[in-house]
Design a protein. Structure first.
Length: 106
């Protein structure tokens, strides 16, 4: 049975993606006043919308549960199913790569 590299927790990839979402939002916010309309405003709205839904998904899945909470984290829940854990990590990696690539076009 293949084992996943638990040194790359889902929680860490979640935080990496959040940082990328925030970086893109900051880059759009820092555009010159004349550039903040049209496509840039549209892009910012999509980034904010994606960030909101991504955070909701993470909350629903228990990706980053509160320390005092008794709910198991998604990493803990998937510790017995390494292939699924690997798939989730892979998807988060792909999301982060896509976000970084989209930032190039801003």
């Amino acid at each position: 049975m293949a084992t996943t590299d638990l040194s790359q927790p889902i929680r860490d990839w979640y935080h990496t993606c959040i940082e990328t979402y925030e970086k893109i939002g900051t880059e759009i916010d820092n555009l010159a006043p004349g550039q903040k309309y049209g496509e840039s405003l549209f892009a910012l709205q999509h980034v904010q919308h994606g960030n909101k839904h991504f955070r909701q998904w993470a909350e629903d899945m228990g990706v980053d549960p509160p320390v005092s909470g008794c709910r198991m984290s998604l990493d803990d829940q998937l510790s017995m199913t390494p292939p699924i854990h690997q798939n989730v990590v892979g998807l988060l990696e792909e999301l982060n790569t896509s976000l970084l690539e989209s930032a190039y076009w801003i």
